[in-house]
Design a protein around this ligand. Structure first.
Ligand SMILES: [Zn+2]
Length: 184
């Protein structure tokens, strides 16, 4: 895992937790979430904003598999986001959940909302795997998020469903199998 020192506090920080912050007077700085939030609180005069650091923790999905989540709090003036990002071998990959609140919200209450969302997300599987590979589960609803497939020259969409990366062609194959089964 790559780590770099934060240019604000000097703390060695995993690169996924670093923000490229552009200040009017000092140009770009690479800041950890806490220093970034301090800058934002100063800029937007949010004197009461208190950054809370939440320790990573594990949650179990409906198949009994453990997922380790890292938390990120980001203040952006009019709002605050709290993200739970799954770490696979020390790097972001898999599930991601986010809640957005008001800068004056209680961050612990926001964390409570986020954990509830994570539990709901991990309680359902949208894909099943059998001898024929991955298939859309019987309830026929797929939820996930869309990212960009950076390994693909055509920059096709990359889907993340059940915390798994699914390339566009694979999704097409699953939809085709689903429609054949529906006709049979
Ligand atoms: Zn820092």
């Amino acid at each position: 895992m790559q780590s770099i020192p934060c240019e604000g506090c000097g703390r060695i920080t995993p690169s996924y937790d670093i923000v490229n912050y552009k200040s009017v007077d000092q140009g770009y700085k690479q800041l950890c979430s806490q220093c970034f939030n301090t800058e934002m609180a100063r800029l937007y005069r949010l004197d009461d904003f208190e950054h809370l650091k939440f320790e990573p923790f594990r949650l179990t999905d409906c198949t009994g598999k453990n997922h380790e989540f890292h938390f990120q709090t980001r203040l952006f003036g009019t709002g605050v986001t709290l993200d739970a990002i799954e770490l696979c071998n020390g790097l972001p990959g898999g599930y991601e959940f986010q809640v957005i609140g008001h800068p004056e919200d209680d961050l612990l209450a926001l964390l409570g909302r986020l954990i509830e969302k994570m539990r709901r997300g991990l309680a359902v599987k949208h894909l099943d795997e059998d001898n024929f590979g991955l298939q859309i589960a019987d309830h026929q609803i797929v939820r996930g998020r869309i990212e960009c497939d950076v390994d693909n020259d055509d920059r096709m969409p990359l889907l993340v469903i059940d915390g798994k990366e699914i390339i566009w062609q694979e999704m097409g194959r699953m939809l085709k199998i689903g429609s054949l089964l529906a006709k049979a």
